[in-house]
Write a protein that binds this ligand. Structure first.
Ligand code: KMH
Ligand code: ZN
Length: 276
């Protein structure tokens, strides 16, 4: 592996499906709040957004109308790559998860296997994975392969073998979910080593693992994801006051590590998003 000279892509995941206002009062929930938060994050260096929609009362939803509204409000404010979650919330039906694609994101998450997710089961059965992959391929939506363990990289490889992925795979190694691969430097290298095919890769580290893992990823050629979906703290015992604060730190770290921060246009090229 050689050092990447590509600019680093910073993804912001501002809301997620699990975090509540009780945990962090700055969590953006409504389409307006999410769009404002994404614009602030874009001004600090984020070039991709990973969207989960909520109803105004905070309940997760996959209603394509709400998702479209969020995307529209973001596009009015800035030009980030629009990514959406098909993982949505644990327990949602296949139909609820597939309909996310009706909102026509540029990128969508494609979770590559089932796992225990804290005290729950995050069901990603083979039929759902295949249905999502086929639909994304047909619609020209770039799948972001969310892999929570080494075995899921093998599943990603099978999708590629089956011709269900166009172009080099785009990986997101999710590390530190209770039930998934533990977050450690060794395990990040193991994930990297077990990619069947080369392709751009991002690291999502849960909770206190976000900072060291995204920093390590940036140092060795990967891309960074930060935001309240994965981590609500700026440092131990201190809540972050915005997603933009976390993005700004990622940008500063990247600068110190000698990597420039990708613009949205560069992010489209690097990640292989259509219309790059
Ligand atoms: N909310 C989690 C159960 C994704 O965005 O695709 C899954 C998740 C993954 O957030
Ligand atoms: Zn997500």
């Amino acid at each position: 592996m050689s050092w990447s000279t590509d600019p680093v892509v910073i993804t912001v995941a501002p809301t997620g499906a699990e975090v509540t206002r009780a945990q962090n009062p700055h969590l953006p929930i409504t389409p307006e709040e999410i769009a404002r938060e994404v614009a602030r994050s874009a001004a600090e260096g984020a070039s991709v957004v990973h969207i989960h929609a909520r109803l105004d009362d905070g309940q997760p939803t996959t209603d394509p109308e709400v998702l479209r509204r969020i995307a529209e409000l973001i596009r009015e404010r800035c030009d980030v790559v629009i990514g959406m979650s098909t993982g949505a919330q644990v327990g949602m039906s296949h139909e609820e998860r597939l309909r996310v694609l009706d909102a026509a994101p540029e990128i969508a998450s494609l979770n590559c296997g089932s796992l225990n997710f804290g005290n729950e089961i995050f069901d990603n059965d083979p039929a759902l994975i295949e249905a999502l992959a086929k639909r994304m391929q047909a619609d020209g939506i770039r799948p972001e392969l969310e892999t929570y363990d080494l075995g899921m990289l093998a599943t990603a490889g099978r999708l590629a073998e089956a011709g269900l992925l166009s172009g080099p795979p785009l990986y997101n190694f999710v590390m530190g979910v209770p039930g998934g691969i533990p977050a450690s430097p060794e395990n990040l290298l193991a994930m990297l080593h077990n990619r069947g095919r080369p392709g751009p890769w991002t690291v999502t580290g849960i909770g206190r693992h976000q900072l060291p893992l995204t920093t390590l990823a940036c140092a060795i050629g990967g891309h960074m994801r930060v935001g309240f979906e994965d981590n609500i703290y700026y440092r131990r015992g201190q809540l972050a006051t915005s997603n933009a604060e976390l993005v700004a730190r990622a940008r500063r770290l990247a600068g110190e590590l000698g990597r420039t921060v990708a613009t949205p246009g560069e992010a489209r090229r690097i990640l292989g998003v259509a219309d790059a």
